[in-house]
Design a binder for this molecule. Structure first.
Ligand code: ADP
Length: 357
């Protein structure tokens, strides 16, 4: 019965539960004891029985840490860490940063500030990175919620989870609330199969929270999805997540900039031609290019360690460089994660969104 009532508890929560039950049992058994100060003798401990009732009482006072720990952070990602995506950055700056920085201007000019932005595009194109960067640049707090986790961790309590997230966001405003993979919870009603309506209840709660956000209340929602076609249309209507921003697969110029980001701290040999690599990495997304750079460094590292006297490794590493050959090897290993077809699908969706806006 206890196991059934402790959905969403992690090990540490169960430990607290066990301890708290023991304390309750002790208080029941020896009410005259000052638990903080008095020594508890061995005989008392021996005769102590923790009953189911004690457990139940303890349970009422303990929240699963998933609910307690709505984690507020200030990300350390800046615009400089995001390669390419100039148009997207500009749009996010206007919709999120400006209303926070210039509330009077927005009011005077009678421009509606956004409550929510939906970033959509294939996985690994930098959506999370963008959300973190805009929170950092706007000097906002950041609460990150992963769609699937919201359902898993808060089993049976997902709506409460949503309420809690928004109340934390208001407490800590200005806050960017980031819903990653929102399609996991906000699929069009009826599309949620086998979840007995949890998705629907969470979407309703989310709508309530979005509708309740006062303009310029300094809480903005940024949601991401790689399945924009699945999102409940109520959620992306005006006044809600109504700014829809495509985060595309990078073109050659953007790939060059992303490669810059991921090689700037690496010791590159003179023969490394990043322009050439950018030209040859069609269909690679940001995450693929990061993997490519990482793999190239690893190739250089492996070659070096295999060839050097272990005693001298630390001294001579200063001369080691990542060469074009290491990148060539990496290019054979790291393959692009999208296809022409994927790109076209997202472009079509972009057109559809534009028509409906
Ligand atoms: P998404 O949220 O779109 O799935 P992420 O933002 O999580 O993608 O990207 C995963 C990783 O790939 C990032 O941590 C980063 O290292 C790299 N990456 C993706 N896009 C870019 C980009 N535009 N510039 C620099 N790095 C990128």
């Amino acid at each position: 019965a206890l196991a059934e009532n402790t959905h969403g508890f992690v090990g540490a929560d169960l430990e607290s539960l066990a301890k708290e039950s023991a304390m309750i049992a002790l208080r029941r058994f020896r009410p005259e004891l000052d638990l903080e100060a008095d020594e508890i003798d061995a005989e008392t401990l021996e005769r102590l029985d923790v009953t189911e009732d004690d457990f139940k009482k303890a349970l009422r006072g303990i929240e699963p840490s998933a609910l307690r720990e709505v984690f507020v952070e200030v990300p350390d990602i800046t615009w400089n860490d995001v390669g390419g995506l100039e148009g997207t950055k500009e749009r996010l700056r206007e919709t999120i940063q400006w209303p926070l920085d210039y509330p009077e201007v927005f009011e005077q000019m009678d421009v509606d500030s956004a409550k929510g932005v939906l970033l959509y595009g294939p996985p690994g194109t930098g959506k999370t990175l963008l959300a973190k960067a805009v929170a950092n640049e706007a000097e906002s707090n950041f609460i990150s919620v992963k769609g699937p986790e919201l359902l898993d961790k808060y089993v049976g309590e997902s709506e409460k989870g949503v309420r809690e997230i928004f109340s934390k966001a208001r407490e800590n405003a200005p806050t960017v609330v980031f819903f990653d993979e929102i399609d996991a919870i906000a699929a069009e009603r009826g599309q949620n199969t086998g979840d007995s309506g949890v998705g629907e209840r969470v979407v309703s709660q989310l709508l309530t929270e979005l509708d309740g956000l006062e303009e310029l209340e300094d809480v903005v929602v940024v949601a991401t999805t790689n399945r924009p076609d699945l999102i409940d249309s109520a959620l992306i209507r005006p006044g809600r997540l109504d700014r829809h921003v495509h985060v595309p697969v990078p073109d050659e110029d953007a790939r060059r900039k992303i490669l810059d980001v991921h090689t700037r701290d690496k010791p590159l040999a003179d023969d490394v031609d990043l322009d050439d690599i950018a030209a040859r990495t069609d269909n690679y997304v940001g995450a693929d290019l990061e993997a490519l750079a990482r793999e190239a460094s690893m190739n250089a590292t492996r070659e070096f360690i295999n060839s050097v006297d272990p005693e001298e490794a630390a001294e001579s590493v200063g001369n080691v460089r990542v060469t074009m050959a290491h990148f060539e090897e990496a290019l054979d290993e790291v393959v692009p994660s999208v296809t022409e077809e994927t790109k076209e699908q997202y472009e079509e969706i972009e057109q559809r969104f534009k028509r409906s806006e």
